[in-house]
Ligand binder design. Structure first.
Ligand SMILES: Cc1cc2nc3c(=O)[nH]c(=O)nc-3n(C[C@H](O)[C@H](O)[C@H](O)COP(=O)(O)O)c2cc1C
Length: 226
């Protein structure tokens, strides 16, 4: 391949002096992440939200299509409408849509149809999947592996918020079409997740749940003891 058709750049790695220490420090920070449903009303600067969303935008994506949009909402009236829409869907979910198993699995989490945090958190980040490449310079308008790509970007966003000490919740009031209407998004943007972000309330509590041990989630090779 000629240089002209493949203008590669030299790669500048992030190279911590002590990779073990760097990985452990990051693990310590991420271990403290919990889904928070009780937020302080204290303000979070716009610059912090921009930094977190910028980190989400560094995620890998199928064919580099970056098929995500992060709509950041701090307008109280929009937050009120979003809460109203979410609570309507959640009333149906808890009342009729959810299976017995699902409701039993949720008991320990203690969630219900009431979502006051959607007005209490200073910011709601509404994540949309962008189902066509709408950039003028796009070679084609197709997008690939959208669910995987947006899921990874949301993971980056949650990690960036955690790094800054901010609390988040991955909220999925389903179906979520109401978000597109309230936020005036085009048809080819599909709501993916609703993430309140803010500082945790002083009185915040979290469900007493356990994480799987490393030995339960990780397998070396074909699974025989090494
Ligand atoms: C895809 C996804 C959807 C979720 N949807 C909701 C939701 O709609 N409401 C809610 O309160 N929590 C929701 N959660 C949060 C989970 O309940 C939470 O991550 C899980 O109980 C583990 O707790 P932790 O996040 O504190 O570690 C969701 C999490 C994920 C990853």
């Amino acid at each position: 391949m000629s240089q002209d058709s493949s203008p590669n750049l030299s790669f500048e790695p992030w190279a911590p002096k002590d990779p073990d220490k760097a990985a452990d420090q990051f693990h310590e920070i991420m271990k403290k992440r919990r889904s928070i449903r009780m937020f302080s009303s204290a303000a979070v600067d716009r610059s912090l939200i921009e930094s977190i969303v910028a980190t989400a935008g560094t995620a890998p994506s199928g064919a580099n299509k970056q098929p995500w949009r992060f709509v950041v909402v701090d307008d109280p009236e929009l937050k009120r409408q979003i809460r109203e829409g979410a609570e309507e869907e959640e009333r149906l979910f808890y009342g009729t849509r959810a299976s017995e198993d699902w409701l039993r699995d949720l008991e320990i989490i203690g969630t219900d149809q009431n979502k006051p945090f959607l007005e209490e958190a200073p910011w709601l980040v509404v994540v949309f999947k962008v189902m066509k490449d709408d950039r003028e310079e796009a070679i084609s308008d197709r997008v690939y592996y959208v669910n995987e790509s947006v899921g990874i970007a949301v993971g980056f966003l949650l990690a960036a918020a955690q790094q800054a000490g901010l609390a988040t919740l991955t909220h999925t009031p389903s179906p979520m079409q109401f978000l597109g209407s309230i936020l005036n998004r085009p048809d080819y943007e599909r709501p993916y997740m609703l993430i309140p972000i803010g500082w945790p309330a002083d009185s915040a509590t979290v469900p007493n749940i356990q994480r799987k041990k490393l030995s339960e989630i990780m397998v070396y090779n074909q699974g025989a003891e090494q």
